[in-house]
Design a protein around this ligand. Structure first.
Ligand code: F6P
Length: 374
């Protein structure tokens, strides 16, 4: 009996998703003679049993297309918004899995998708995940598809910002995606020659950043590029949050998983809000140079995948089909060197791959004079 495979894309979209869908689909259909069906909009479409055919021409011409032909959502199987309530829909999802006679469900996603796929595994479903996110913060894999493309987009943006900063003798603060880990800001900051790189892993001192900028001005370069990750936070902000924590008692979960009490949460949300704008204003006041802000946002997630991401997504997709043929389930297909390896979902779900403080990229940046705000 040939196998029936379901596939969905969940979480933030990223370049390379369609290349991965194509890699899984073509290998499953053409090489292994199995069947495949897509589910729309992540776990929500699986819960609502909204399917998308993938056994016709749908896989042609999508290798180079950004986004996901299936659509995506951040909805969670166990906390699904339904009719104005938040419901646990795991049983409905398991029922749809069985009603579609699936032998395996392939989930393309990042950290959140890993946790959701593990929940389905614990329900007895055969699941395999592929590591996707422009943040590159998925544990257990060398790299995620989407990262290389976003790295190129952010680097090209920094290249362009150099000329306007130089012309106007300004500080340009460019915010780069990455709430939990600074891989994208670090990589693009190095590749784009940013003078300052601020990442979540290294809480920064605004005064240290300002002094680095002043030193450049004294050296005849009255302009600087500051690459700041979305999740980077100043020591000053952390002190304000700690003060709020001292007054609070209940803990509230924040986006990055940090436990704070209600007052802290308010303070932190306030502090997180407009953080990049506040940083630019502080630097302007401390250096006497004009400062401007560019927030790259979702531009980093759009458009055609790079060649490296197409190659990676295809490799991971076909390796996924190989695992299905072997009956290996409950794993993430991790990139490992030129190859791949299956990693148990239990070993990576809920983990974030942050930038180690002794990572060679940080050392390399410091050697060319980059300031990290420390
Ligand atoms: O997880 C990828 C990512 O792009 C993060 O870098 C960013 O903080 C987040 O998604 C944005 O989420 P959304 O697209 O839901 O606004």
């Amino acid at each position: 009996m040939s196998k029936y495979i379901g596939i969905l894309t969940a979480g933030g979209d990223s370049p390379g998703l369609n290349a991965a869908i194509r890699g899984v689909g073509k290998a499953v259909l053409g090489h292994y003679g199995m069947h495949i069906v897509g589910f729309r909009d992540g776990f929500r479409g699986l819960m609502e049993n909204r399917t998308a055919p993938l056994d016709g021409g749908q896989l042609s011409g999508i290798l180079t297309v950004g986004g996901t032909i299936l659509g995506t959502s951040r909805d969670k199987p166990h906390k699904m918004p339904v009719g104005g309530k938040i419901l646990n829909m795991l049983d409905t999802i398991a029922g749809n899995y069985r009603d579609n006679h699936l032998d395996c469900l392939v989930c393309l996603g990042g950290g959140g998708t890993l946790k959701n796929a593990l929940r389905l595994k614990q329900m007895g479903l055969n699941v395999i995940t592929l590591p996707k996110t422009i943040d590159n913060d998925v544990a257990g894999t060398d790299i995620t598809f989407g990262f290389d493309t976003a790295l190129g987009i952010a680097t090209e943006a920094i290249d362009r910002l150099h000329s306007t900063a130089h012309s106007h003798h300004r500080i340009i603060v460019v915010e780069i995606m990455g709430h939990r880990a600074g891989w994208l800001a670090l990589g693009a900051g190095i590749a784009g020659g940013a003078d300052v790189i601020l990442v979540p892993e290294i809480p920064y001192d605004v005064d240290s950043v300002a002094e680095a900028i002043r030193a450049r001005a004294r050296g005849g370069k009255p302009f600087s590029i500051v690459a700041v990750a979305e999740g980077a936070v100043s020591k000053q902000d952390l002190a304000a949050i700690a003060a709020a924590r001292a007054k609070g008692n209940k803990s509230a979960k924040l986006k990055d998983g940090r436990k704070l009490d209600d007052q802290e949460a308010d303070a932190a949300e306030l502090l997180y809000a407009d953080r990049t704008l506040r940083l630019a204003k502080s630097l302007e006041a401390l250096t006497g140079l004009e400062a401007r802000v560019t927030i790259l946002g979702h531009v980093q997630r759009g458009g055609a995948p790079s060649a490296a991401d197409r190659l990676l997504a295809t490799r991971l997709g076909t390796a996924c089909a190989d695992l299905i043929a072997k009956g290996t389930f409950g794993v993430m297909v991790a990139a490992k060197g030129d190859g791949t390896r299956p990693v148990k979902l239990e070993d990576v779900a809920g983990k974030v791959k942050t930038v180690p403080l002794n990572h060679p990229w940080i050392g390399s940046a410091r050697r060319v004079g980059t300031n990290f705000g420390d």
